[in-house]
Design a protein around this ligand. Sequence first.
Ligand code: AMP
Length: 275
Amino acid sequence: MAVFRDLAALRHWRQGLRGSLALVPTMGNLHDGHLSLVRLAQTRADQVLVSIYVNPLQFGRGEDFAGYPRTLDQDLARLQEAGCTAVFTPDDAVMYPRGKRDLSLVMPAHSLSKVLCGAHRPGHFAGVCTVVAKLLHMAQPQLLVLGEKDYQQYRVLQRMATDLDLPVQVVAGPTQRAEDGLALSSRNRYLTPQERQLAPRIFATLRELAGQRGAVAANLAAAARKDLENAGFSLDYLEFRAEEDLRALEHVQAGGRWFIAARLGNTRLIDNVGV
Ligand code: AMP
């Protein structure tokens, strides 16, 4: 498995590459969710490149950028074992050689990026789009593989690729979960044992809500929000929206999805479940 830290080495490798390439962008601290995307990528392309970069642009003030878990040696071992072709591990000097101020940014479509997480994390999706656009230009993959765990991110990036005529197909793999239903996430390690016990209620709630076809989504959301808040969660949002364009839907119906962002202590967890 090749490991590249700088752009020249990545480009040199890319120029000599035969067959199709899939890119799986990550922020490292890899778990089985990330590895499931590597496996999906392997079924869809000849070669798989994983990028590992904790992108400062997509973190807001007071968010967990500094404390985000960085476990590169362990990540590389897991990727090697998974049969990944190559890994790109740039640092800030490689990604933003002129610094992060006065940078050209990719502005995502408002209808997709100002709702849900975008309403609570200003600038987040512009940071995501900018770094992924750069990675796409650097690596020139035919396929971009993302996780449904970050469903809004998937739709925002898919739309970016369409709007900017990027020659890449965007696909998303299903969310991988712990046995008790909690979506795997690098941030789960922030949870105290007590919070970890409570956390599966997020998925249990979404699954229950997704079963209520025909019901008025706002009424269900209000009741479920109360229950979760009584249990100790603090909610950023709990909403039912269309998968395709993330517009709010009044009734629970096929083609829609429940989205939640909930805090337990200092940890912010997100999840989503389709009907
Ligand atoms: P991250 O390292 O958190 O930026 O995630 C990198 C990619 O892995 C994103 O496309 C995520 O949606 C995806 N991902 C994260 N957690 C999971 C999971 N539990 N199941 C599937 N994909 C995931």
